[in-house]
Design a protein around this ligand. Structure first.
Ligand code: PMP
Length: 386
């Protein structure tokens, strides 16, 4: 649609500008999106040329960074707010406040949607969250509350703080406006947004020709929603989790338990490894991850070194500047492609752009070579980590 006003070649690409007259213009259907909400979803599906050439598979990525808030979280922020409106829990311009505990993109998406729909947003985040994200939240008019970084006892203090703030507001009758705890981990509007939109979009955009889906999970909403939609339509589809260091999901998928059963003579020890990757990996089974039996068939572990090298590889070969979770997705997609052999169609996600990760992940990537396309895929994948 964005190519309106251009003529179509036989190969389907619209290249030559059309001589536009008022008669020609009336032959087009009006194409107007209503507000920022209208820009959410229907993201393009992009073939990643370098990875496809190197593996012999068609490696496709849903470009979620093209949502107006810069990530797939726009989809769930809209779904959570619309569901609360339908249930009468939120009324526009009546002083209602949406609370969420997040160090990531969900806060940014909620702040944006709340502004557009007449609500206030109150975002609780760990006080070591990157300055870029805090700035962006404040510029979107969100109230930002910094909470001490997650402790070992309670790694999600900021989520609990957001829940408590919403409860405080609702228990005090003298305060104007209700509080809604968005609760992205447990709120089932999350996976349903991906079941209703992301899954059908992938099906349509590939003409139903997908063999493998590969992606990481934070709340689990994306992988579960997409899998639950596509599996009944594509009985041979394999859904593969990409998991960063420190996450327990790999073991959950492979062995059915969250803990590393191979470590310490069978004692149940949680992984506690630091990673530069943000947004994916978790040590508990959320309601959004566990929304049906056998939605995830296999898992691949990805090291930070692989993710850093992949981020660099994608810039050097494709001019594609991605965030850390996307780099993990692309490592796992390439590994799975090499494992299954050429000829398969693999779909993954470009969750957000590298601009959100400049001060942490991209700082660790190091300099980009002035030489064009120097590294090879084999140089950056570590099969001993899988
Ligand atoms: N990438 C990024 C950058 C994210 O913030 C998240 C969500 N926290 C994900 C990927 C994973 O998506 P989901 O929560 O649906 O599992």
């Amino acid at each position: 649609l964005c190519r309106l006003g251009r003529e179509r070649d036989d190969d389907g690409f619209e290249r030559r500008p059309i001589q536009m007259t008022s008669e020609v213009a009336t032959t087009f259907k009006k194409d107007i999106r209503i507000g920022v909400e209208g820009l959410i979803g229907c993201t393009p599906l992009m073939k990643i040329k370098s990875l496809s050439e190197a593996t012999g598979c068609e490696i496709l990525a849903k470009v979620e960074m093209m949502n107006p808030g810069g990530s797939a979280k726009d989809r769930i922020a809209l779904a959570i707010v619309e569901r609360a409106e339908a249930e009468g829990l939120l009324r526009p311009n009546s002083g209602d406040v949406v609370y969420e505990g997040t160090s990531g993109s969900t806060g940014i998406s909620l702040a944006m949607i709340c502004r557009a729909k007449g609500y206030r947003a109150h975002i609780c985040l760990p006080d070591d969250t990157s300055a870029e994200k805090v700035d962006l939240l404040e510029k979107l008019g969100a109230e930002v509350e910094k909470v001490p970084p997650a402790s070992i006892v309670d790694r999600r203090q900021y989520v609990n703080r957001a829940r408590a703030r919403a409860n405080e507001r609702n228990s005090d009758e003298s305060i104007e406006g209700r509080g809604l705890f968005a609760d992205q981990f447990e709120n089932e509007a999350n996976w349903k947004a991906h079941y209703d939109h992301t899954g059908p979009e992938i099906y349509k955009q590939t003409g139903g020709q997908v063999d493998i889906i590969v992606m990481g999970a934070g709340t689990g909403g994306t992988i579960s929603g997409v899998s639950r939609y596509l599996k009944p339509l594509l009985p041979n589809l394999k859904v593969v989790l990409a998991d960063p260091p420190g996450s327990g999901l790999y073991n959950k998928v492979k062995y059915g338990v969250m803990f590393d059963i191979k470590e310490r003579e069978g004692t149940r020890r949680r992984h506690q490894v630091d990673t530069l990757v943000e947004g994916i990996g978790i040590n508990r089974v959320t309601r959004n991850f566990d929304v049906g039996r056998r939605l995830v068939d296999d898992a691949i572990r990805v090291t930070d070194e692989e993710a850093l090298a992949m981020a660099k590889f994608l810039v050097e070969h494709d001019g594609l500047f991605v965030g850390s979770s996307t780099a993990v997705n692309c490592v796992a997609a390439a590994k799975y492609a090499l494992k299954t052999g050429p000829g398969h169609t693999i779909v993954t996600m470009i969750c957000d752009s590298g601009t959100r990760h400049l001060s942490k992940f991209w700082k660790a990537v190091g300099p980009i070579s002035g030489e064009l396309g120097t590294s090879s895929l084999e140089d950056i994948l570590d099969f001993s980590s899988t």
